[in-house]
Design a protein around this ligand. Sequence first.
Ligand SMILES: [Zn+2]
Length: 494
Amino acid sequence: MNQLDSSPRAPYAGTNHPAHTGLGKSPLLHAAASLPSFEQQLQEFIRQPSVSSDPACRRDLRGCARWLASHLREIGIASTKVVETGGHPAVVGRIDVDPRRPTLLIYGHYDVQPVKPESEWRYPPFSGRIADGYIFGRGAADDKGQLFAHVKALESWIKTKGSPPCNVRILFEGEEEIGSPHLRDLLSKRRSDFVADGAVVSDTQMRGPGQPALTVGLRGKLAFDLILEGPRKDLHSGSFGGAIRNPLEALCELVTGFYNADGSLAIEGIYDDVAIRSSSSRRRLLLMAPSARELYEAAGVASGWGENGYSAYERVSTRPSLSVNGITGGHQGPGTKAIIPSRAVARLSFRLVPNQDPSRVADLLRRHIASRVPLDRGGQYPAFSATGLRCQIKFRESARPVKLDSNSPVISSAAEALRQTFKREPALLPSGGSIPIVETLQSMFGLQTALMGFALPTDGLHAPNEHFELKRFALAIEASIRMMDLFSKGGKRW
Ligand SMILES: [Zn+2]
């Protein structure tokens, strides 16, 4: 008799019943039967306040890394170690099954965002409280819950078959939420620990409830500060207003000069390298992507704005953008202060798309600004202009855009696993965000990454009351189990 038929409950309600899939049944069955204890362990994981940006949590991060490493050893991954990085430690492990089989690198992060304002949380942010089918707590979805789904998938394989079907490399870092400052260094120093045939990262979102998605492209980034300085100190606007160039006004003019009236960017050459998408791929994107209305609703606005001739989703995913993130200067306290400020700063960031190169975009930006306000060599040091203003550009972080190959074994395995698990075609979507690890794995190791996310925009990521649906946690485990199986067979062409 099929042992599945005697299963006491149907934990996969609404999804494929494991009995009807081609996969060896026991890892799925094990996972289904173990859900209550998996949920308890996830609670324990969430209870560790691993806020990477908070110096007061330094010990807690170390404790969380140790807890995770010992948990991985307990489930049978004996090689797992806590590895020093110079910052918060990483958890690194490996399972060698058979050198002829493919190797999967699983990446996730155990660090979390701060919890402020704590008063807005329904349950304490590090309680891991389970209520109404959800687990609440900082990190529940980003990324502890998603990371842990892969851990429980590995456990289900190990407990039932002795090992997963493919070789596995594990990298769980503790500094993702602070920009992964030591990740590149860790990867290059311990190269041999991370050589693989494909990577999976579950730190993205689904298309919608019950609608799986794989992210197949990420925008790059180039952030910079624009600093304009005029008089040595703030001036009385009565004595000087009208005769002195105001750096704050000049800055606003520079900023508005970045945009054309039709919503496109006015920086000469900015579109030269932008990959042109075929009309069929644009049509496909239009079918799969969130609609303009969905996008505006998520933003809480009645209508949108942007480059003419492109859909709202194209504007946030396959077209470059430049956003003003903040402007400071002059008097902002209570009451009036009639001054000409001496200095004004705008913080901006580009999102870049295939095949834009951050350093070439930086050159175009320098040229654009230099044609308006004289800059010195490289735009790094102040130069005096005829208007009495000095202008400086300070470049901050950058990341290259990523285009993933949806036909690669790891992504096609993930797509098939999602299809079997959710009984729906996964939406293959480029995303507007940037995940530096994906570019790093591609450029350093030639790795394709399956960005198989299980979060929803409503999960409260980086916000109070973050939560993860327990049903989705179960589905994520199921998808991960299936993905490992499909990947071990070389991945089915999707
Ligand atoms: Zn995350």
